[in-house]
Design a protein. Structure first.
Length: 209
């Protein structure tokens, strides 16, 4: 697969990051806790974009230094969604033709349609990990894509697959997807602004029983 920097440059041409959107990650601690390294495109993505949402449709998860202790922000973290992805593997079986168990998957994203996106960690080189997807409303639920997470996103936005891989097609062929870091998303919500449209939130300040 191409280097993380090359793939990220192609993604940036479609979806630019915003200022101050990086994530400070102790990658040595991550590697020690999870027992694996992480793909160079994901490491580069965290350094440039960080964790956050894309058009309020797809969340790129916060990296966490413990697979047992979810500590991420409201959009969900790697530990919690990895546990969900592994549970689906255990409960319904994994994808056909894959000689691995549930511990071979690590999640990096989740969609508004409750799809979970991850890596299939069966290669010693994390840059060779394909994207694995559990599509809630698709059949079969399990799908694998021979690309990394940044290239997966680029192909999603540019219709680079034969069909939309996600249950919700809002980002399929989206020419100008908007990424918002989770801290900036939180700040905008607390200011009464929709993080993705920039318009006032009509429900800001309202109390619901």
């Amino acid at each position: 697969m191409p280097s993380g920097e090359t793939v990220l440059a192609a993604l940036m041409a479609v979806m630019p990051p915003h200022d101050g959107a990086d994530e400070q990650v102790d990658w040595d601690a991550m590697r020690g806790a999870w027992g694996v390294g992480f793909p160079s495109d994901y490491i580069a993505f965290m350094g440039l974009y960080g964790a956050g949402g894309i058009d309020d449709v797809l969340g790129v998860l916060t990296p966490e230094a413990s697979p047992q202790s979810p500590i991420g922000p409201g959009l969900g973290g790697m530990a919690a969604e990895t546990a969900n992805l592994r549970h689906m593997w255990e409960s319904e079986g994994g994808p056909d033709g894959i000689d691995a168990g549930p511990d071979a998957v690590v999640a990096w994203g989740v969609s508004c349609g409750a799809d979970i996106l991850g890596w299939l960690t069966v290669d010693d080189n994390p840059d060779n990990w394909p994207v694995i997807l559990w599509e809630r409303h698709g059949w079969p639920h399990w799908k694998t894509y021979d690309c990394g997470m940044a290239e997966f996103l680029r192909r999603l936005f540019t219709r680079g697959f034969d069909a939309c891989p996600l249950s919700d097609a809002s980002l399929w062929g989206e020419p100008s997807p908007k990424f918002v870091h989770w801290r900036e998303e939180q700040r905008r919500w607390e200011s009464g602004i929709d993080p993705y449209t920039g318009e006032p939130d009509p429900y800001f300040g309202m109390k619901f029983d």
